[in-house]
Design a protein. Structure first.
Lengths: 116, 213, 558
């Protein structure tokens, strides 16, 4: 990283401006409404996937534009991404246990049937 | 300029700009840390939803979708007004800043009030966490885990909303006093970042708690 | 023999050159006298001293509980304390030692003191957050001690659900205390990350920083990202205990193993919060007393980050017999082995630095030798217990106790003792008595081994941890272990006494008694309030032992 950060006015240049903020808000509202209808249309495991994908998109919009991560210093992006990576890691580590417990903790015979 | 007095350069920095940049980095690290506080509850949610998909579906049907959805739109809009408040400061418009901050505070309080209404409704039905679960329509096993997680997740989030509102009130008073200039308004920026995080968490809580199908 | 010949003259009489800086700025200890100015200070050096006092008190308290436990275990069967009191004592021993001593000690004391100097800053990035972290620590410690006086907890420092949620003892205040202590730890980590990124002196590149800064940086990442999960898990226990939320209650469909997942997501990386700073201390001591450049700077720097990141992927090895899936256990077992690779890189690098060095055998160096032996031993037994099949035999026995005490006491405590001797002249402007230092280092090493080697044997023979009594066949080894604990305790007390004595009666320390090339030695001892009289030249690196000592060249002015 550079030891000489850009002056404040350059930092301000990266912000979307009032119209930009309104546009982002509009996108968020539309996506929220899409989530609402999608939850009726798509059910089961796919429903969770769709809801999660839309929520991630909304979060990305907020982080990138409202929180100015898109125009901020790279180290801010790294700091937040590392935190998100460890959040995902915790969830995956727990699910890798809970999700495979019944399968792997019972012995399986040649036919693939669990043996008590 | 009164701002010069309140946000002078501390001895360890060679410029105000660097000091502000450091504060921003500190805030992002803090937000990362905050996210991990929620991560533990998300992990519990993931594990229990995996173990009790049917129970979670059934319990989620009793969540107050109307209030949950209204609160979603409220928080999204409050994020907009927060961003606009900072934008107004950058353009040197003090009254606009205060007005947008007041709107953000109002949205935050509105969220809290609706949340209380929602909690009161659930508690009256017997949809209470842990040992206090007394909802007759659904058997407790598994369902109560959803209910407890609902209270833990939304409760922790509501605490953050309330804390955020307190910070916003302080920022609004400072903005009114003229503490923030287009060049120097780091406290406002950091408060904004925190408020957006509160919005971020809700963006995930809403589909996970209210929209299980 | 004790110090470098070149410094022998300066250690005894008056400093060789008149100190041109003394008139400019008073040192940080004398700058503003009075208790009030200390309690409200934002000077990182003073906060470090306050943490040193607080953590030393915690060590003494935790150590007292350890000695009481070992005294009970001198004889099998009923002893001078009741079984429930015994349970409370080992819980408090663990809680105090882990959360009030081991986790904060090196970052909050030595990190606080030298990290800003090592990056050439006048203070940490957020001095008020730093001061707040001290008071948060005091508050957390207060909650824990209040819980202790109020009845204590009998859950062990791990607070395992479901027992912790139904224990008749007072779990909640201690759990809340641990949560608050965690907040203090996060504040420290946040400060160090921001300082390392943003306050490095102009011209000081990442690869020009002392290794200690790298290890503190890696530690800070863990502190910031793992501690919140600990906070959450102990809060859930406190809530459950006070309000019966039942989130881990099997009767309601809950899964207590999930608590262990959350708890160890923090508490395993917490081992690296304890050991990485220790490794940083060692990495400063070795080149100074071997008079040689680090054998491989990059290996030391990046293995620190490697340990921090891989440390997050290993928490499941604490759950092998708790009922996690074989699939998850296999993954966590393999990932745990990777930590050994990074740790071994460090050990080999230190040995490589010693090779053909000009080694001075004084107290910090003696602690380094103790560290290498104990850490390697503790690390290798860690590999053993991370093997799923072997863990079934050793889990929850004294073998595990001995293993993690080898890492925590053998690693962190010896590094802490090395650090306090190494930086004592810088912190207080006084020399400690070298002869006493060498004697007590020897006693610490002997006492430690006598305490914990028998515990490996006990564990392997099947003695479970946390038991109040034991069959007579374990008697001799238990007696040996207890005697070792008394020896270790006495050695630590001896260290404390001569350090306190030399605070007042010690010889005056020159700016650089060790002839180190480190940045923190390029300023008077004790340092002035803003650390440096003149900015140092980062081009003369902290390990450039083929160059003359930087304090013999006039400081550059920029």
């Amino acid at each position: 990283m550079s030891l000489h950060p850009p002056p404040e006015h350059e930092h301000a240049e990266h912000t979307p401006g009032a119209a930009g903020y309104l546009l982002v808000w509009l996108a968020l509202v539309v996506l929220a409404t899409v989530t609402l209808f999608a939850s009726r249309a798509v059910t089961g495991g796919w429903g969770l996937m769709v809801a999660f994908a839309i929520a991630s998109a909304k979060a990305a919009l907020v982080v990138a534009f409202f929180m100015h991560l898109a125009g901020g210093r790279p180290i801010h992006r790294i700091a937040f991404s590392v935190a998100m990576a460890f959040l995902v890691l915790l969830v995956i580590g727990v699910l890798a246990d809970v999700g495979t417990r019944s399968v792997a903790s019972s012995y399986v015979d040649e036919a693939g049937l669990p043996v008590e | 300029m009164s701002a010069a007095a309140t946000s002078r350069v501390h001895v360890q920095y060679d410029s105000l700009e660097r000091q502000h940049d450091t504060a921003r980095l500190g805030m992002w690290v803090f937000l990362g840390s905050e996210s991990l506080l929620f991560a533990g509850l998300f992990a519990l949610y993931a594990a229990y939803r995996f173990a009790y998909p049917v129970e979670f579906h059934a319990a989620s049907a009793h969540a107050n979708l109307v209030i949950g959805t209204i609160n979603t739109y409220i928080l999204l809009t409050s994020s907009l007004t927060m961003a606009l408040a900072i934008h107004a400061t950058r353009r040197g418009r003090r009254r606009e800043t205060v007005a947008f901050l007041a709107a953000t505070i109002a949205f935050g309080l509105g969220f809290d009030v609706l949340k209380i209404v929602e909690y009161a409704g659930h508690l009256a039905e017997g949809l209470a966490p842990g040992d206090y679960y007394a909802f007759t329509a659904l058997p407790a096993h598994g369902v109560v885990l959803y209910v407890t997680l609902y209270y833990l997740l939304t409760g922790l989030h509501a605490l953050h909303v309330t804390g955020g509102v307190c910070v916003l009130v302080w920022l609004a008073l400072r903005a009114q006093r003229g503490d923030f200039t287009p060049q120097s308004h780091i406290a406002l920026e950091l408060g904004g970042l925190y408020w957006h995080l509160v919005d971020l968490v809700w963006i995930f809580l809403w589909p996970l708690l209210y929209l299980i199908r | 023999m004790m110090t470098d010949p070149r410094d022998a003259s300066s250690a005894g009489g008056p400093p060789p050159r008149p100190d041109p800086t003394a008139a400019v700025e008073p040192d940080y200890l004398r700058a503003e006298p009075g208790l009030r100015s200390w309690l409200t200070t934002t000077d990182h050096k003073r906060i470090a001293i306050m943490f040193l006092i607080a953590t030393t008190l915690a060590l003494m308290l935790g150590g007292t509980f350890a000695l009481l436990l070992r005294t009970k275990l001198l004889i099998p069967g009923p002893g001078f304390i009741e079984p429930v009191t015994y349970n409370r004592f080992f819980t408090l021993h663990g809680v105090i030692m882990v959360f009030m001593f081991m986790v904060p000690v090196i970052p909050a004391v030595f990190g606080n003191f030298v990290l800003p100097m090592m990056v050439g800053a006048k203070d940490l990035a957020f001095p008020r957050v730093n001061l707040a972290s001290f008071y948060v620590y005091v508050t957390g410690a207060g909650f824990t001690l209040w819980g202790m006086v109020h009845g204590g907890a009998d859950t062990g420092w791990t607070f395992y659900a479901p027992y912790s949620t139904i224990s008749p003892t007072d779990v909640a205040p201690i759990a809340i205390g641990v949560f608050i202590l965690g907040v203090s730890s996060i504040m420290t980590g946040l400060n160090f990350i921001a300082t390392t990124h943003m306050l490095r002196r102009r011209g000081l590149r990442w690869h020009g920083m002392p290794i200690f800064v790298w290890t503190m940086y890696a530690t800070s990442i863990i502190q910031v990202l793992a501690t919140p999960v600990l906070g959450l898990s102990v809060s859930l226990v406190a809530l459950d205990h006070a309000l019966h939320m039942g989130i881990f209650d099997p009767a309601l469909g809950g899964d207590p193993v999930l608590f262990e997942h959350l708890f160890w997501f923090y508490s395993h990386p917490a081992v690296y919060i304890m050991i990485l700073p220790a490794m940083g201390v060692i990495a400063e001591i070795v080149p100074t007393f071997a008079r040689k450049h680090q054998f491989s700077y990059n290996a030391l720097a990046y293995s620190s980050l490697g340990i921090a990141f891989v440390g997050f992927l290993t928490w499941g090895h604490h759950l092998f017999v708790a009922g996690i899936s074989q699939f998850d256990a296999a993954i966590f077992g393999v990932m745990s082995m990777f930590v050994a690779i990074f740790s071994a890189i460090k050990v080999f690098t230190w040995i490589g630095t010693l090779y053909r060095g000009s080694i001075t055998f004084n107290t910090p160096m003696l602690y380094f030798f103790a560290f290498v032996y104990l850490f390697a031993f503790g690390g290798m037994t860690g590999i053993a217990v991370a093997t799923t099949s072997l863990d079934v035999h050793w889990h929850d026995t004294y073998f595990v106790i001995a293993h993690f005490h080898f890492i925590m006491i053998g690693g962190t405590l010896t590094a802490f003792l090395g650090a306090i001797h190494y930086w004592f002249p810088k912190m207080f402007g006084k020399m400690y008595p070298e002869r006493w230092g060498l004697v007590s280092a020897g006693l610490v090493f002997a006492g430690f081994n006598l305490t914990f080697v028998p515990q490996f044997l006990l564990g392997n023979a099947g003695m479970p941890r946390r038991y109040y009594s034991y069959p007579i066949k374990y008697h001799i080894l238990n007696v040996a272990s207890s005697l070792g604990a008394y020896l270790l305790g006495s050695a630590l007390l001896l260290t404390l006494i001569y350090l306190l004595v030399s605070l007042r009666w010690g010889k005056r320390a020159p700016a650089n008694p060790w002839g180190s090339r480190g940045f923190e030695w390029r300023t008077p001892s004790p340092p002035p309030v803003h650390n440096f009289v003149a900015p140092f030249d980062p081009a003369k690196g902290p390990y450039d032992y083929d160059q003359p000592p930087p304090d013999e060249v006039p400081p550059v002015s920029t």
